[in-house]
Design a protein around this ligand. Sequence first.
Ligand code: SF4
Length: 391
Amino acid sequence: MSKKSYLADKIVTGGERISPDEARELWTKFEFTELATIAQAVRFRHNPSNDVTYLIDRNINYTNVCNSDCSFCAFYRHNPRDPESYVLSRETMQQKIEEAKALGATRILLQGGHNDELPYSFYLEMIEWIATTFKINLNAFSPSEIHQMTLVSGKTAGEVLKDLKAVGLHGLPGGGAEILDDEVRKRVSPKKISAGRWIEVMEEAQKLDLVTTATMVIGFGETLEHRINHLARLRDLQDRSLAGGHPGFNLYISWTHQFNENTSLGRSRHVAKYGAGAVEYLKNVAFSRIFLDNIQHHQSSWPTCGAHVAEIGLHSGCDDIGSTMMEENVVSQAGAPTASKWFMSPEELEMHIRQAGFTPVQRDSAFKVVRRPNSDEPKKETFPHRLEANG
Ligand code: SF4
């Protein structure tokens, strides 16, 4: 039996885990379409039905002030006195959340920069106000924002997360992971937390049974080795959390790094080394599904590669497509197509799921079924206009 047949058989028939060495073989010896076929078999082992889920949610970026100066980011303003710096007012947040609820949103995703001027009480009061006023699931802050809160409060990450959970936090999204390898992080975001610290904070969140997601962004000029290190860190953490009786990550999402001349990476003379096209993205989607054998749901993402590529992702190992978003201020400023298409209506997501040959199901952030849409349902009013990020 050839090495290729042995590996395919081990994964598809044997349902076995692959080692980092085998992952290397898998990436180098298999074409994208071959990996997609294998990944799809793994997807149906984890999620046997033809259902593809989606979430109605809204992203809100509460501040764009950030001390991290990541070389791939065009969203942040370093100086709080910059005329373009903002911290959202309660009125603006209320308007955004009410718009989301009118569309049927079940989750608000709240993320922002690392703003040194915000006291610890700001975060607790914001979460408590949203949780009690709007009664909606609130997934907020990446591990690096939690780290920022430890710096301003003098508390540990575990204590910060406990405080946030006590006032209404449901989940910690996996933002800021980019590539979990310090060789890459030191080059593209040297002021941001290390890969080890990202995992540490996420592990604390998982010990509290918060809803957590794992992410990966490709296209920073990283090597295959870096990507395997990233996936191995996620898989190891998931093993520990599941063994400890916790739910761990309920979803894995990857997308491609976007860069234009608004970012220092985009202006670099090495720019030709960065970025990833649709085939690279999809091959990584399939590769991740095979490697991460302990995360049940994998999402196909439309914002950076487009909805039609996301349809192919549903044939490359994904059982979820994400999401309505309703607002995008980070990757769009770095050149993603979300600059002109920042919102995918539920009807559009359902259409893309059906076009790909699957059955759409609306879920909440904990993967509880909310609704099984009927294709004959009358079309709802779509999201009317774009609110500026700073209201
Ligand atoms: S990516 Fe996040 S942490 Fe980095 S500069 Fe932008 S807002 Fe700050």
